[in-house]
Design a protein around this ligand. Structure first.
Ligand SMILES: [Zn+2]
Length: 413
């Protein structure tokens, strides 16, 4: 075969195989004898050995989880340029875009590792284990599915889990990030309005069309999807005395629904979770996936030896107004529907010209300019808890909790 001739088994594979020609840095590693390549376009000088070792550690953890790698070669294509961000999964490669400062800024570098773990997880979840609606996608129109919480949310859940399992972040850092995700879910008014299944289904018309009211009326299938994936992991472990976990469910789903099939539906997920544990998951999905019932983490995190509690007492003043300085003017960006300003009629885009009192229960006179006209709005300052929801390890874990924690994070409790 002429090495300059590229053959694709099908049109679908062809259009899912990006091709780049140019001046790239190229790094190589192997996992289980399978070649992996990292090619970077426009990267400044950076620690190539470290990046290679850390990407290899990420792939090894995926191999450990799924038992094999379903490709003959995998390429990470990394575009480096100011202001870039994001990543796209492909069958045997990914394109990741990062800002130029990634290699000198530890937070941005950690984000690159997270994106790499996320995109490699997609090799299974989304690229091979696919929702039926995407498996049969007609590329000339929208493809609606209620499973993006699983496609993107579960992938985001594993993105972090893979990093802690690979030793690239500490358990403390992992638990802090997971705590913050739970906190954000709990304080977002949209969590009481939109289910993760609806958020998935509405992606075409809402998720990619941001409005200032999103926090009140929607959830992100990425963020809430990751949090509910953690809840599902805990639920599987609780019902099976830690014999079954999200790992078991993922591996079984991949085994049962190969990419040559017609793809999966929510019914398949419920059925497999049910078979693995010998219990019904109908109510779990009805409550937490298709409805907005609050996630009962307090009752569930004990299975992996954790507690969940607010990290501080007391209350803070709360109006629900989130402002942003624009050209020296104090402009309302969001008005959250759980605060008093929402009922009183403050709107995104209003310019606030006076100082607001900082004591809960105080009458607030808010002077603002709306579309060029001055207005005064009054409400009573509300209050909000001073604490943030935080996971912590239990003081005297049982041997069952130790075993569950170590199978979850692959570390000692
Ligand atoms: Zn993704």
């Amino acid at each position: 075969v002429n090495p300059r001739t590229l053959l694709s088994p099908s049109y679908d594979v062809l259009i899912d195989s990006p091709i780049e020609i140019g001046f790239h840095d190229s790094l190589q590693f192997e996992v289980e004898g399978i070649p992996h390549e990292i090619v970077l376009w426009n990267a400044p000088p950076f620690d190539k050995e470290r990046l290679t070792l850390e990407f290899a550690a990420i792939v090894k953890k995926h191999h450990e989880l799924f038992g094999s790698l379903p490709y003959r070669r995998y390429i990470f294509m990394i575009h480096v340029s100011p202001g870039l961000g994001g990543g796209t999964e492909h069958l045997n490669s990914t394109i990741i875009q990062v800002p130029t400062t990634t290699f000198e800024d530890p937070k941005k570098y950690r984000r690159l590792l997270g994106t790499a773990a996320h995109e490699v997880f997609h090799v299974w979840n989304v690229k091979r284990l696919r929702p039926a609606a995407l498996a049969a996608a007609n590329l000339s129109s929208e493809s609606y599915t209620d499973l993006l919480w699983f496609c993107e949310g579960t992938t985001s859940y594993y993105e972090e889990l893979i990093l802690v399992r690979a030793g690239l972040i500490s358990a403390d850092e992992y638990l802090l990030g997971l705590s913050e995700s739970i906190h954000q879910c709990r304080v977002r008014p949209g969590s009481k309005v939109q289910s993760v299944a609806e958020s998935s289904f509405d992606a075409w018309i809402k998720f990619n069309q941001a409005t200032p009211n999103d926090l009140n009326t929607t959830v992100s299938f990425y963020e809430s999807g990751a949090v509910v994936s953690f809840l599902l992991d805990l639920e599987l472990r609780t019902r099976s005395n830690n014999r079954v976990s999200m790992d078991t469910l993922m591996v079984e789903m991949v085994r049962r629904f190969p990419s040559t099939g017609t793809g999966i539906t929510t019914t398949d997920l419920i059925a497999v979770a049910g078979e693995l544990t010998g219990t019904s998951f109908d109510e779990f999905f009805a409550s937490y996936i298709h409805s907005t019932k609050p996630y009962p983490f307090e009752e569930r995190v004990g299975v992996v030896g954790l507690r969940l509690a607010l990290d501080a007492d007391g209350v803070l003043p709360y109006s629900g107004i989130v402002t942003q300085m624009q050209n020296g003017r104090n402009i309302v960006r969001y008005v959250l529907s759980d605060g008093p300003a929402y009922e009183a009629g403050v709107l995104p885009g209003d310019e606030i010209v006076n100082e607001l009192p900082s004591t809960p229960g105080t009458l607030v006179h808010i002077d603002l300019i709306r579309r060029g006209s001055p207005q005064r709005i009054e409400f009573t300052m509300g209050s909000i808890s001073n604490g943030r929801w935080r996971l912590s390890r239990t003081d005297n874990p049982t041997s069952a909790q130790r075993a569950a924690y170590s199978s979850w994070l692959q570390q000692q409790l």
